[in-house]
Each structure stands twice: as structure tokens, then as C-alpha cells.
Design a protein around this ligand. Sequence first.
Ligand SMILES: [Zn+2]
Length: 319
Amino acid sequence: MTQNRIPLTIIGGYLGAGKTTLINRLLRRNEGRRLAVIVNDFGRINIDAELIESRDGNTINLANGCICCTLGGDLAMTLLNLTESANPPDHVIIEASGVADPAQVAQYGHMPGLRLDGVIVLADAEMVRQKARDKYVGEQVRQQLRAADVLLLNKVDLATPASRRVVRDWLAEQVPGARIVETVQGNAPLPLLLGEEGARPFTPGEWKETAVPPATKYRHDLAYETWSWEGREPVQEAAFRAFVEQFPAGVIRGKGILHLAGEPTRRAIFQLVGQRWSLKPGEPWGDTPPQSRLALIGLPGSLDSARLAAAFERMAGIE
Ligand SMILES: [Zn+2]
């Protein structure tokens, strides 16, 4: 009976750990497997879904809530549609939002027609220990790590060899059962990520004994603030860079697809993780009308919507 069940892989990890990059890598190197990817962003606009290089349209977008605590019904319905479709995928991947608890999401791997293949959690080599100690988000980060079967210690190229060793030892202590693999841009071997080597043995009901935290009324999406902006007018790059430099310290994650005044033919991709941010050229707009979309995630009280919106509209010359 396990042969008929579709393997389900959960990809988790805190905001900015590199989940979208890992999924793009999987989609590029799928070795003929038909992958269905479910992407969850708890903000109003789902930029991740747009940053995923969908090859065959099989990317499903669940936005505006957290799949582990508010969008559970939508997730169950989506999974049911996949398993019962006339042409089911070979493997289903769920990219949990950066605030979700992967262990909660993993429970859906016991739905009829599915088999939990494994939980992959990414950790940012440079930032994970600091985040795990943080008084606001530390417990959430540690809980995410504990859910892992495979832990990808990602972005090791940004860490010194000494700090890599320290963080690796620390992770091994935090999550004794997990396999730890050092990666750059999620470059782990495919058999480790999808089935084969990394797969959990299938045992019905196994999940009841795992360290799934008791269901609570806690809502991850309410523990953070989100702010988003969309506009068609081109944005001045210098003004945008100056704007980002002035973000308040409580801004944890930012991502965006920008229509820059100096770059009319292609997208610019904005990524911010803590103090680190980048603005890089993206895909050409092609037939798509250029439009900027930006989303920020911050601790409560860190995002002054009126001020942010005014700043953005100034940059885009809308006054
Ligand atoms: Zn949640």
C-alpha cells in the first residue's frame, strides 16, 4: 500500500534561510519526477510563488495565513486534489512559511494517499544561533530545527571555517537525530532531499509518537507584522537603496520584485534577511507589464505602514 502513496517532503526553516532557492534547485534537477510544490507565504501577497521557476505550472500558492495554524483546511483540500487527480504528481513538496512549525505541517503526510518522506529544515549558518537565542523568535526557531530529519546548514560560504564548525556542533546538539549537511544555496544531493537516502521509513501512525507540539490557539501569522506594496510606476534605484538602509531594526525579512526606472526591461529582485540585503537583476519582463511588489515582515510595532507607503510612493514619483 505504501507504493500507491505519494511521498510528501516538507521544507521549513526560519525567514530567509533559503527555502525558495532550494525549491528552484529541486525543480531544475528533478530527474524526470513530476513535482508538485505548495508554497505558503503568510503575507497578503505571495512573492515566493513568483520567485519559483515554475516549469509546468504545478506550483500552488497558499497565501494570507500560516499553513500550520490558519490555512490547514486549504492545505488539506489542496493535498486531496493532488492525490485524487487523474494525473497525480510523483512527489509533493510543501514550502512552509518561514514562521510555520514544520512538525505540524508534517502531520499532513499521514493523510490518505500520502506518505511523509521527510522534513528538511534549512538553517542560515551565519544567523541561526543568534536567532535561536532571540527573546522574541528563539523558541520558534528552535522548534523548527527540532522538526528536521535533514538539516541543511545553508549559506556556509558566508561563514568563517571556525564559525561553521561551531554552528555545526551546536546544531548536532540541538537536534541529535537529524542528518546535518552543509550547503551553499541548498546544493544538497537530490537523493538526500527527495526519497531514497533521506526518506523516513513508512510506519502508519508513527506521527503520534513524534515530537509534535500540542495544538494551540497560537497563530504564527499574528506574531509578526507584514507590510506590502504594489505599484506600476518605476522606482528610483538610489532612492530605494537609501530607503532600505533606513529600515527599522525590527524588520526581519523583505522580498520584492521591482520595476526600476534605470532597468526598464527586466525585473530587479530584492532580498533582505536581517541586516543583509541585495538587489539583483532578475528575469526580463517579456510580455508581463512591469510592476513592483514588495513585502516586509517584522516584529510587532516595527512596521509603520503609513510611513513606509509614503516613502515608497515618493520613490515611485507618486505624490
Ligand atoms: Zn502556523
